[in-house]
Design a protein around this ligand. Structure first.
Ligand SMILES: Cc1cc2nc3c(=O)[nH]c(=O)nc-3n(C[C@H](O)[C@H](O)[C@H](O)COP(=O)(O)O)c2cc1C
Length: 177
């Protein structure tokens, strides 16, 4: 089996998830290509059996290039095994996960794919008050800081809300599909 992992990531979080997914799938004996969405404009996904596409979420949106990849290749992807994942703040909390599934995954399937994906993954994000990012990121972190403090966290520290065992299990399962 030949697999392609395409990811869109503004701050590196979904990129690290994509790297781990590719690593695990390869460990399972699958031939894998890992590509950032910016670099797949001319890539033909036809030779791949399994195509995994994922993105981080900003203001409710996937990256433009990852959505473009889905739209452009809709006709090829309809005959392939496709799996989607997102990394988002909504996944970190039980009360917002349902919204995450509906708005960031199911809606993307409805709008951009023909047919159903073989699997979808809703994965968490990381909180890093020291990250060297732009103003929007810093403002979002400030908002989260207050939220984390209210929940009793020491918000001067960094936290990784991604469940790496869940991510690895998800990837291992895809390698066997
Ligand atoms: C400016 C900004 C906007 C965000 N908007 C959302 C959002 O609308 N919904 C959500 O669940 N998470 C949101 N997040 C959290 C990100 O989805 C999360 O940090 C994700 O892991 C980022 O992935 P990336 O680093 O691969 O871009 C936002 C984060 C930032 C910094």
């Amino acid at each position: 089996m030949k697999a392609l992992v395409v990811y869109g990531s503004r701050y590196g979080t979904a990129a690290e998830i994509a790297q781990e997914i590719a690593r695990v799938i390869e460990e399972e004996g699958v031939d894998v290509d890992l590509k950032e969405d910016k670099n797949v404009k001319k890539l033909d996904p036809y030779p791949y059996d399994l195509i995994i596409v994922g993105s981080g979420i900003k203001m409710g949106k996937w990256t433009k290039d990852s959505i473009k990849f889905l739209k452009k290749n809709k006709n090829i992807l309809k005959d392939k095994k496709v799996a989607l994942f997102v990394s988002c703040g909504a996944a970190n909390e039980e009360k917002s996960r349902e919204m995450g599934w509906n708005d960031y995954l199911k809606k993307v399937v409805d709008e951009n794919l023909e047919g159903e994906p073989v699997d979808m993954g809703l994965f968490g994000s990381k909180y890093d008050p020291q990250a060297k990012q732009g103003l929007m990121y810093k403002m979002t972190m400030k908002f989260w800081k207050k939220d984390l403090e209210d929940k009793g966290f020491d918000a001067d520290k960094a936290y990784d809300f991604r469940d790496w065992d869940e991510i690895r299990d998800w990837a291992r399962n895809l390698a066997k599909i």
